[in-house]
Design a protein around this ligand. Structure first.
Ligand SMILES: NC(=O)c1ccc[n+]([C@@H]2O[C@H](COP(=O)([O-])OP(=O)(O)OC[C@H]3O[C@@H](n4cnc5c(N)ncnc54)[C@H](OP(=O)(O)O)[C@@H]3O)[C@@H](O)[C@H]2O)c1
Length: 290
């Protein structure tokens, strides 16, 4: 049995935050506190300290992040403030108050030149400001070393917020044809599956007792390109929109994205006895909610 009782979820208006909220009732043994940016703004370090002087928890699940990948190329300082400096502060607070901390990072810490799924110890080399800010957050956490873990995930979607699935559904209604990138390969992550995995991790005593701050990889099982992902969305929802494959070079974006960002999930599956759903099965479950 876990000795965690009270759980703070930051960034509770985000995809992962809302997914955790949507399953919280299944875990009545925990007291959840969901906070939005209005209640806990991570852009202000002083504000973070003040908040935790007044509020204590057994576990912090830090779902808040600066996630505007392209905008981050311009807003470098803001991305760094949320994804690095605030994370360092939260880590220091977690260490001081002996609070467990679960934090999230991204496949974008890798350069995408691999041809086999990335393991946690593979060399990192972010290609974008967003990826660099998330990496600095990881490194700050590992420097401070509270109890807990970092979960790197990829291509997150859900029925909440904005994401690729919702964008495709909208475009699929508006257009008869669409060109989607086929030379970026990865694995989608249904935020609800990740939320459920997090709760399985929380229920396990491992985090409370370990002497390291490990990194884990989590996404759904299987592989696809954005093109395959779009095709699957339209097929499942019977949307009559023709999808054609294009190369990344024909769809320039401010931020460079890895061509290959598959995450090897063997470690998290082994340590927490997780069974991870296949991406298309999860996609079907999500689409039913949209
Ligand atoms: N989305 C992906 O494809 C993806 C891929 C790999 C890794 N990840 C990582 O997974 C985690 C969860 O991502 P997600 O998809 O749930 O992100 P999301 O939907 O963009 O949610 C992020 C949340 O952080 C909040 N936030 C932003 N700035 C803040 C601030 N200054 N103070 C407090 N809260 C702030 C946002 O608040 P508002 O609602 O007010 O804007 C939002 O609710 C993040 O660590 C992200 O880096 C995501």
């Amino acid at each position: 049995m876990s000795n965690i009782k009270s759980i703070l979820v930051t960034g509770s208006n985000g995809q992962l935050g809302q997914s955790l909220k949507s399953i919280a009732a299944e875990y009545p043994e925990y007291q959840f506190h969901f906070v939005t940016r209005d209640e806990l703004d991570l852009g202000d370090i002083e504000n973070i300290s003040t908040y935790f002087q007044k509020n204590r928890f057994d576990l912090i699940i830090n779902c808040a992040a600066y996630t505007a990948v392209d905008k981050a190329e311009q807003e470098t300082q803001l991305a760094d403030a949320i994804n690095h400096l605030a994370v360092k502060k939260i880590a220091e607070i977690a260490k001081e108050y002996d609070t467990v901390l679960i934090h999230f990072s991204t496949d974008y810490v890798f350069d995408g030149t691999s041809h086999k799924p990335y393991v946690e110890t593979d060399p990192i080399s972010p290609q974008s400001s967003y990826g660099a800010s998330k990496l600095k957050g990881e490194q700050a956490l590992q420097g401070v070393m509270p109890r807990g873990c970092i979960i790197r995930t990829s291509w997150v979607y859900s029925e909440f917020g904005s994401n690729f699935v919702k964008t495709m559904l909208k475009l699929g209604q508006e257009r008869t044809a669409l060109a989607v990138i086929f030379d970026q390969i990865g694995s989608p992550t249904y935020a609800k599956d990740l939320a459920q995995a997090i709760m399985q991790i929380v229920a396990n005593n491992r985090m409370q007792n370990q002497a390291e701050f490990p990194i884990y990889h989590y996404s759904n099982e299987g592989v696809c390109s954005w093109y395959d992902f779009a095709k699957a969305i339209f097929e499942i929802n019977h949307i009559n929109c023709v999808v054609s494959p294009i190369e990344t070079k024909d769809y320039p974006t401010p931020a460079k994205r890895p061509h290959y960002s598959l995450l090897n999930k063997a470690k998290i599956k082994h340590d927490y006895d997780l069974s991870i759903p296949y991406w298309k099965d999860s996609l079907k479950r999500c689409l039913k909610k949209l």
